[in-house]
Ligand binder design. Sequence first.
Ligand SMILES: Nc1ncnc2c1ncn2[C@@H]1O[C@H](COP(=O)(O)OP(=O)(O)OP(=O)(O)O)[C@@H](O)[C@H]1O
Length: 238
Amino acid sequence: MPNVLRADGITVKFGGVTAVNNVSLSLGSGEILGLIGPNGAGKTTLFNAVTGFAPMHSGTITLLNKDITALPAFKRTRLGFGRTFQTERPFEELTVLENVLVAAFLTVGRRREAERLAMSVLEQVGLADRAHQPALDLNLARRRRLELAKALAVKPKVIFLDEIMAGLNPPALREMIAFVRSLSAQGLAVLMVEHIMEAIIELSDHVIVLASGEKIAEGTPQQVTSDERVIEAYLGTD
Ligand SMILES: Nc1ncnc2c1ncn2[C@@H]1O[C@H](COP(=O)(O)OP(=O)(O)OP(=O)(O)O)[C@@H](O)[C@H]1O
C-alpha cells in the first residue's frame, strides 16, 4: 500500500513533560489506523502534532512524499488533511450549511463551487435535509456528522477522527462505524483516536497503542488486544 502519510520520530514536550516520545506511524490510501491508549497517553497530542495544532520538539511529517513538517495547520489542511475535534465546536448561530461552507472555503475560492461541495458532503453524512437549520439545534449524533462534513469539505486525502464515537447510543454508533468504513472504501486514509474498542476492533487495519507518551505496541486489533503490555497499561498492576 503506498504511503499517504508518514510521521517519523514525533516528540512533543510541554515544559518538562514529554507528552509524546519518538513515535512513528504511516498510513496508506484506504487504510484505517487506530490510535488507542489510556487517558493521558498522548493520543490527542500526537494527533495535534501531526495535524499541525501542537508544536513538535522533533520529528518529520510527509504527505504523499512531500515534507510538510514546517507547514502550519491551515496549509496542511489545504494539502489534504481533514480533521474533527474532540469537543465539536460548530458556530452555533450559523446554519449547518454555513458551518460546512466555512470549511469548504479553505480549499475552494468560488462561492458557487463551495456551496456545491458543502451540499454534497452534507448529503454524504446524511444532513442535507437539515442544511438550513441552526447548528445549535442538532443533537449529539448529528453534531458529530456535522464535524465529519466539515472535515470532508476540505477534500481530504487523510481524515483525522478524534473520538467521534464517544457518547453515541448503540444505533448511532453502528451508523458511525459503517460511515467510517465507507470513507476508507472510497480510498481515504483514516487516522482514528478512539476509546470505543468495538469501533477500533471492527474498523482498524492497524492499531498503535500509546502509554505515557510511548508506543508500547502495534499490530492488528487482535494482536494488540492480547498483548501483555497493553493489558497492563489499561488495567495497571498492583
Ligand atoms: N497544552 C498542554 N500543556 C501541558 N501539558 C499538556 C498539554 N496537552 C496535553 N498535556 C499533557 O500531555 C499528556 C498527554 O495528554 P493527551 O491529552 O495527549 O492524552 P490522551 O491520550 O489524548 O488522553 P485522553 O484519552 O484523556 O484524551 C498528559 O500528561 C497531559 O496532561
